[in-house]
Design a binder for this molecule. Structure first.
Ligand code: AVJ
Length: 308
């Protein structure tokens, strides 16, 4: 069975209905996500870019290598990293940029974008699920800087985040570096608004999941009878997104039938926020020697550098 179908059937069969957030990003979902990234209320990208612009030199100063593989997990189109890579390419003798992403198409865009700006940088693209493709790196001896940007770590709940950090740590030799973009705990109103924007773009982003199921899995979701609700819990730092059914209804996907009670929810995403203290202790627990945090002026977001 198709993995998407299986995950949807499993998710909608459990007590608390869920759909994994990785399925947001089909073609139209990726477009809506671009729209989210441009929203005033969705402060994350602007903060991350500010740090990339203001702290790239300080980050570079921490890293003593004269040849380096810069490996980016979930790299996307690469546009965000241009100036950062330019600096590293200028100051370090040999830089190889290795963007990894599920989508081979986006990696082609990435490669041509980077090469247009930095024509003589070495680039190796690796497409596929990065948990399955890192084997392709085993022969490479260069010291490593691994990148995981955009607060994508937030999509993992507590234990899963640690598992991911250990997975990254296993890709590294002692003395290698890991740079991760992390959204920080802050005034809870600001976080809540980032996931409940006033133009309803995040709502469309969530409802697109149901449309995608209708399109690709022959579902019959009545999109108009679902609402969107985002929560933020300042105790555990979890921003959760839900879709909820406005009525008692049933939905058919292929030959599976799912019943929804009025106001029953589907959990679609977790976007976890961290404090710097939490990041320090997670780093220690998952095998890193030290970490340093580079923040934006509002202290909303951190680029956290971990050394193994
Ligand atoms: C791309 C996972 C970091 O969780 O903030 C944006 C995705 N979801 N608005 C996030 C998202 C709703 C985003 N990440």
């Amino acid at each position: 069975m198709d993995r998407f179908l299986r995950d949807v059937i499993d998710g909608l069969s459990s007590e608390q209905k869920t759909i994994p957030s990785m399925y947001f990003y089909d073609e139209s979902g990726s477009k809506i996500f671009q729209e989210i990234m441009g929203l005033e209320e969705y402060y994350l990208p602007a903060c991350e870019v500010e740090i990339l612009n203001n702290s790239a030199e300080s980050i570079l100063e921490q890293i003593p290598f004269d040849s380096i593989d810069i490996i980016e997990l979930g790299a996307g189109d690469g546009s965000k990293m241009i100036s950062f890579l330019e600096l590293f390419h200028k100051k370090i003798e040999s830089v190889t940029y290795i963007p990894m992403d599920i989508s081979p198409e986006i990696l082609e865009v990435n490669k041509s974008t980077i090469l247009r700006q930095i024509p003589d940088i070495k680039i190796i693209t690796i497409s596929g699920d990065y948990t399955l493709t890192t084997g392709q790196l085993v022969e490479r001896e260069n010291p490593r800087l691994i990148l995981f940007m955009g607060s994508n770590i937030g999509n993992y709940s507590g234990e899963k985040a640690k598992e991911f950090m250990r997975f990254v740590n296993d890709m590294m030799k002692v003395g290698d570096y890991f740079l991760m973009g992390v959204d920080l705990k802050k005034n809870p109103h600001i976080i809540r608004k980032a996931y409940n924007d006033s133009k309803g773009v995040t709502k469309r982003f969530n409802l697109n999941l149901l449309e995608r199921i209708n399109r690709e899995l022959k579902g019959d979701f009545d999109i108009d009878s679902f609402g969107h609700y985002g929560t933020y819990n300042p105790i555990n730092g979890e921003a959760l997104s839900f879709l909820f059914s406005e009525n008692n209804q049933q939905v058919t996907i292929g030959n599976h039938v799912f019943k929804f009670e009025k106001y029953e929810t589907i959990r679609t995403e977790i976007s976890r926020k961290y404090s710097l203290k939490e990041l320090d202790s997670i780093g220690k627990e998952t095998g890193f020697e030290w970490d340093k945090h580079f923040l934006d002026s509002k202290e909303y977001f951190s680029l956290s550098l971990f050394r193994k």
